[in-house]
Ligand binder design. Structure first.
Ligand code: GH3
Ligand code: MG
Ligand code: MG
Length: 621
């Protein structure tokens, strides 16, 4: 390859590596943006913009799909979401990423929701759930289920909404996504509290759980909202004392937070509750304050609602003219907005007010109006009732399932616990056995070492480390037996240090010991592999030659003599010379005792003949 080729290749490689590094960096930035989004929207948005500006994110399909997905999640504009979905889906296709494809399908569903195409959105979220399941993308499944549930809630399909919200609640719980779980919980509670469902006790139960969560995660406005919801659920249920209590707690919280509209809203609800208890004067004061606030805020809807209630309060207090001044504008508003339910109530009250005034004509007209409205409402009420029954049925079924599940999981937990315990026990027992085995092995080893040491102590001469008398005599017996069996000649040499007493006398006993050790070592080193030497007396040694001719025995003896003669004892005195005398006996009778005695007598002959020499039976040589 030419130098130019190499250079081009290097540049390409480096830029490819740089591109990959860039993509990783941008993905990490997106991770960051997603993480901080909950606490710092602005910064998250900024990071997303930074990533989108980067060149790499314009070509890498994975990056495109992911940025578009975030883009879609974070927008409230249908147009932006549609655009993000279409670009993102194409990129996910190119990247062949099933996971991003599923996510961006969710993005498309979100666009449809923002566009108000709720039926299509619901269907698309259903697709997302189907895509998410085989991918085991639990987060996506939970999110889509929650979205489907909310859409179903909005269109009044309460039973389906509950099922999906509960799925979301369960998965979020599994994932430890507290925000998701709490949102789902809040929606579930709202469904139960809905007039169509009317499962007030259950709603309160869920609201209480929610309250605990909000208290734990420190969101005072959510806590107050939930207190309000509990109050309104109790009111719907007819437990007015409980309703009042919770409304008052909510009111205090809203007042502390300075949330004026929530304060007004709560005052009105508290007012209606007090009215239902017959505490009309107390109620009037609260309703007054609510009307003042909503009028000033130009909140027509809430003004009409509040005035209707205040009108009823005036009527009950026997102030019909003031009552009419509230009921009439409220009626006009509800007529404009086609609100049959409030119109029916308005007609009923208006009839009563005119009756109070003795205006029978208007009272009659109002009554006729009311009758027509009641009939119109009957149909809606019938629908409501059937919906209620269906939810009640589904809820009961779900409860039974839950109870069965709980029983099953309790059994499974018990079995698991049992298995765990027996496993623990097994581990403990195994550990104990291992420990015991270890201790025994250690003990055994010590015993072996001790025995070996004791034996070697019993068989070794302390000073010279050579076999002691007993040991070398036994070795001689064994060697002679073997020689006899194998028809070989064995031999013994007895040797004795010459003039040892004098050495002791001149240089001291410790010096004598050193001499003994040196002689022993020198002799041992001169011997052949199978031969042995031991100490049989003060300065007397026995050599056992397992197999040797007379000549070999003589050679060995001579070697020993010469080796000792050559020894130097500079630590004692440079002048010190040590010699030994040796007696040999070649075994013909194979009796160790006899052989040693014979060798011993040869040793005496060597001493007699001037020391530092070897003697052997003349017959054997
Ligand atoms: P010979 O040449 O006739 O053998 O003369 P010798 O002096 O060697 O003879 P003898 O047997 O009279 O002397 C042996 C001495 O060895 C006597 C004893 O004090 C000494 N002895 C015996 N055992 C030991 C020992 O373990 N260490 C020392 N330092 N001396 C020992
Ligand atoms: Mg001696
Ligand atoms: Mg001696």
């Amino acid at each position: 390859m030419s130098i130019r080729g190499v250079a081009v290749c290097a540049v390409l490689c480096i830029s490819a590596a740089a591109f990959a590094a860039d993509a990783t960096r941008l993905q990490a930035m997106l991770d960051d943006a997603q993480r901080i989004r909950a606490t710092d929207r602005q910064r998250a948005r900024q990071i997303l913009d930074d990533v989108e500006r980067d060149a790499a994110s314009k070509t890498d399909p994975l990056l495109i799909a992911r940025t578009q997905w975030l883009e879609c999640r974070w927008t409230d504009s249908a147009a932006v979401a549609y655009r993000a979905a279409s670009i993102g889906l194409a990129a996910a296709e190119r990247a062949k990423s099933a996971s991003l494809h599923a996510k961006l399908t969710g993005c498309h569903a979100r666009a449809l929701t923002l566009d108000g195409k709720t039926a299509a959105a619901e269907q698309e979220y259903g697709t997302v759930v189907k895509l998410a399941r085989p991918l085991r993308d639990l987060a996506l499944e939970a999110e889509a289920s929650a979205d489907i549930g909310t859409l179903q809630y909005d269109r009044g399909a309460m039973a389906d909404a509950l099922a999906n919200l509960q799925t979301a609640y369960r998965i979020y719980g599994q994932l430890g996504n507290e925000k998701g779980r709490i949102d789902a919980l809040s929606n579930i509670a709202n469904v139960y509290a809905d007039a169509q469902v009317g499962q007030y006790d259950r709603a309160v139960e869920y609201y209480r759980e929610l309250l605990g969560d909000y208290e734990k995660y420190g969101q005072p406005s959510d806590v107050a909202d939930t207190l309000f919801n509990i109050g309104s659920t109790f009111e719907a249920k007819g437990d007015l004392a409980a309703a009042e209590l919770h409304y008052r707690r909510a009111l205090t919280s809203f007042q502390q937070m300075g949330k004026a509209s929530d304060v007004a809203y709560t005052k009105r609800s508290l007012g209606t509750t007090l009215m239902k208890q017959g505490r009309t004067s107390e109620a009037l004061k609260l309703l007054d304050e609510a009307v003042v606030y909503f009028e000033r805020a130009h909140d027509e809807w809430n003004t009409a609602m509040s005035r209707q209630h205040r009108g009823i309060a005036f009527r009950r207090l026997g102030r019909p003219n003031e009552a009419l001044r509230d009921l009439d504008p409220a009626r006009r508003f509800f007529e404009r907005n086609n609100n049959t339910r409030f119109l029916e109530r308005n007609a009923e009250e208006t009839a009563l007010v005119y009756a109070q005034l003795g205006d029978w004509r208007n009272a009659y007209d109002a009554s006729v109006r009311r009758a027509a409205l009641t009939q119109a409402l009957a149909e809606t009420r019938r629908d409501e009732l059937s919906s209620r029954l269906r939810v009640a049925f589904d809820t009961e079924k779900k409860d039974q399932e839950n109870r069965a599940l709980a029983r099953e999981s309790a059994l499974r937990a018990a079995a698991l616990h049992e298995a765990e315990r027996s496993r623990e026990l097994q581990i403990v027992v195994s550990a104990l056995i291992a420990l015991l085995a270890l201790a025994m092995a250690a003990l055994f080893w010590r015993q072996v070492v001790n025995t070996r040491r004791m034996r070697s102590m019993a068989m070794t001469d302390e000073l010279t480390r050579l076999p002691n008398r007993r040991h070398i005599l036994a070795a001689a017996e064994i060697a002679f037996d073997a020689a006899k069996r194998e028809h070989r000649t064995a031999a013994v040499i007895v040797l004795d240090i010459d003039g040892f007493k004098r050495i002791n006398d001149m240089w001291g006993h410790p010096a004598g010991d050193v001499v003994l050790q040196s002689v022993a070592r020198a002799c041992r080193l001169e011997l052949r592999g199978g031969d042995q030497i031991g100490r049989i007396g003060g300065e007397e040694f026995l050599v056992v030659l397992s197999a040797a001719t007379a000549q070999q025995a003589r050679d060995i003896a001579e070697r020993l003599r010469s080796a000792v003669e050559r020894l130097e004892f500079t630590s004692i005195s440079p002048d010190l010379r040590v010699t030994i005398s040796l007696g040999i006996h070649i075994a013909t009778e194979y009796d160790a005792g006899v052989a040693i005695a014979a060798a011993d007598s040869m040793l005496y002959r060597a001493k007699d003949r001037g020391r530092n020499r070897v003697e052997m039976e003349p017959t054997a040589s």
